[in-house]
Design a protein around this ligand. Structure first.
Ligand SMILES: Nc1ncnc2c1ncn2[C@@H]1O[C@H](COP(=O)(O)OP(=O)(O)OP(=O)(O)O)[C@@H](O)[C@H]1O
Length: 270
């Protein structure tokens, strides 16, 4: 097997702080090391795909960035600031800058709250009233191509793809620096998947958010991301521009992943 290339190959944009950086991140569950020495950068206004087979640690990485898991060692920097060393208030602000969208929005959208209440709650936890935030909620629902009438409805009244749009709206409403999208299209039909990817592509140009797009599907990553990071058994084995890594993978594991893409011709949005 070729050697592991764990040096960061994703260039930060000149003059801008990366939305996210991890430095020598180690995460274990009990005695089970799940992430080892993970260094990655998500530059400003950029989408980075995080790929790897099931169990490679992709979700663990996303959840560690948002503070659900605690690293055993290493740093998570949001907008250039080490989250763990920030004061309590600043840490909360930095956490708001990173929004995590899980694969299954049904599990994360309260069935007893209207979409308006859920979005107001994201803006104003604990004391939110939909009526106070109506304009912003309407705006964000339009951004994800849902009408303002969605505000008064409940999650079960929407399809899987529409619920993912709601989850994206809930992330966007805080105008985050980074969205971590964790397999958000993998449970959807291919046509709905393409619609969500088209939406995410348009949001890349109309919002300030960068994206860490977690997927086991390399074709989907190619359709959306400029850079890709390949995780294998908790270790970054390769990273770089999607064009370079897909054209000339340097690691056997990446070559295997690419060979398993049906037709290997990529995923088309058109
Ligand atoms: N809370 C937890 N407690 C114990 N072990 C965990 C926990 N979360 C994840 N793991 C273990 O960490 C490893 C990596 O899991 P993770 O969900 O990060 O992988 P993944 O690459 O996202 O996989 P998938 O594509 O299937 O979602 C697995 O062995 C998993 O069992």
């Amino acid at each position: 097997m070729t050697t592991v290339d764990n040096t960061n190959q994703v260039p930060a944009r000149v003059g801008t702080r990366p939305a996210l950086e991890t430095r020598e991140l180690h995460v274990s569950f009990g005695h089970n090391p799940v992430l080892r020495d993970v260094n990655l950068v998500v530059p400003s206004h950029t989408a980075v795909g995080l790929v790897g087979e099931s169990g490679s640690g992709k979700s663990t990485l996303g959840k560690t960035v948002v503070g659900i898991n605690r690293p055993r060692q290493g740093q998570v920097l949001v907008d250039g600031e080490d989250v763990a060393s920030a004061g309590k208030r600043r840490r909360a602000e930095l956490r708001r800058q990173v929004q995590y969208i899980p694969q299954d929005p049904f599990s994360s959208l309260s069935p007893r709250r209207t979409i308006g209440q859920t979005l107001a709650e994201a803006l104003d936890p604990g004391k939110a009233k939909t009526s106070q935030h109506q304009d912003r909620i309407t705006e964000v629902l339009e951004q994800v191509r849902l009408g303002a009438d969605a505000m008064g409805k409940y999650p079960h009244q929407f399809s899987g793809g529409q619920r993912q749009r709601i989850a994206i709206a809930r992330a966007l409403i805080l105008q985050p620096r980074l969205i971590i999208a964790d397999e958000i299209t993998s449970a959807l039909d291919v046509s709905v998947q393409a619609e969500i990817l088209t939406l995410l592509r348009s949001l890349k140009s109309t919002t300030e958010a960068s994206m860490l797009f977690i997927s086991h599907n390399l074709a989907v990553v190619q359709a959306l991301c400029e850079y890709v990071v390949v995780l294998y058994q908790g270790v970054v084995v390769e990273q770089g521009s999607v064009d370079d890594v897909y054209r000339e993978p340097r690691h056997d594991y990446t070559r295997g992943l690419l060979a398993s893409v049906p037709g290997s011709e990529g995923f088309s949005l058109d």
